[in-house]
Design a protein around this ligand. Sequence first.
Ligand SMILES: [Fe+2]
Ligand SMILES: [Fe+2]
Ligand SMILES: [Fe+2]
Length: 430
Amino acid sequence: MYLRTDLSLLNLLLSLSDALDLASPELSQHQMRVAFASWEIARESGLDTDTLDTLFIAALLHDVGALAPEEKIAIQRSTLQYYDDHCVLGERLLRQVRILAPGSAIVRLHHRPARKWQEVEQTPVALASQILLLADILERSIDRSRFILHQQEEIVARISSLSGQTIAPEAVAHFLPVAAREDFWLDLVSPRLYSILIRSAPLRGRTIGLVDLKPVSAMFRDMIDFRSPFTATHSSGVATSAAALARLYGFTEFEVELMEVAGNLHDLGKLGIPTRILEKPGKLDAEEFAIIRQHTYHTYTVLVSVEGLQGIAEWGAFHHERLDGSGYPFHLDASSLNAGARIMTVADMFTALAEDRPYRPGMCKDELLGIIKNAERRGFLDKRVVAVLEAHYEEVHSLAMRAQTEALEHFEREFAVRPSEDEEETRAAA
Ligand SMILES: [Fe+2]
Ligand SMILES: [Fe+2]
Ligand SMILES: [Fe+2]
């Protein structure tokens, strides 16, 4: 397997942050640019190294709570009505993951205007969240169709005009020396920002192992699934059934755990798919299907860009390929689809057929196995994997159902409430 047990945390977070901005060219690299600007400003501010690292992580993932591309685009265009929702949800998502939890308070507060703070300098979280707010407004002020140095003055004037009411004067004061440097602006909009950050950003040298990768993958699973009742608990079912099939197939326990991570992330690219297509109850037209087809391409390119995740990228992203080469989007065939990818394909199909969808109930065993065996006879699916599923159907089915029921309870407990707690905050920060 090509999984190292010591992934670079920076490499992982940069790639996952990229996945958050897949939805539209106008969002592209938004999280990463905001993280870069936050970090540059924070270095001027005298915040300690730990807070700098925490702010950088929070900034890379600051809009995790905006699950739908439509919500992210509305935030980008400042046309959203309630900014508070994605801050509350973002905090809840990050809080569940040990290595991300320290940044959750900053994410919670990243649209809170300066007038609601007493003394920003008094707590590092207050100053850090004000710097994040500044960086976010800065990035959203950029006109992507114009040369950046031609906009430098007007953007600085805009940020300065918000000093006091919206952005704390302390944060603006730390920004001004950074804004005087052309290299800051050129890096900020560089298409090579990813490689610039890999070389120079905080967190360099920090590694994480499987123990911490699992909860990170589970957080992305929740974001993918909880977006819509049409996907509801799908990734939980796929991760659990893929892991169960892998164990029964003879994979080692380490590989079974990797399979669960791959299952959590298999539909990562769906984060960029518009809700109207995801939720369309009827048949997709050719144009809509073309949009759906890119989701596993994005799952693959995001994961494979993390050194050490190549194996998980292949297991996760090849689930719409078929052994006869008629799948999508890579048109791989039996010669290049390994056992892990073959297991994921069966797990994805099994879960999709077994689970209730808003437009039809889950299928019974005979109907479901009939469809899967037919796909195997037509040369799409692996014979041995299908035989394992058939021989252990009840076991795989009950494990997947239990995981999906738990996921639903978790969703209802933690995420179903989307409170707009603070009227002023919700409308704040243009
Ligand atoms: Fe935001
Ligand atoms: Fe943002
Ligand atoms: Fe998929």
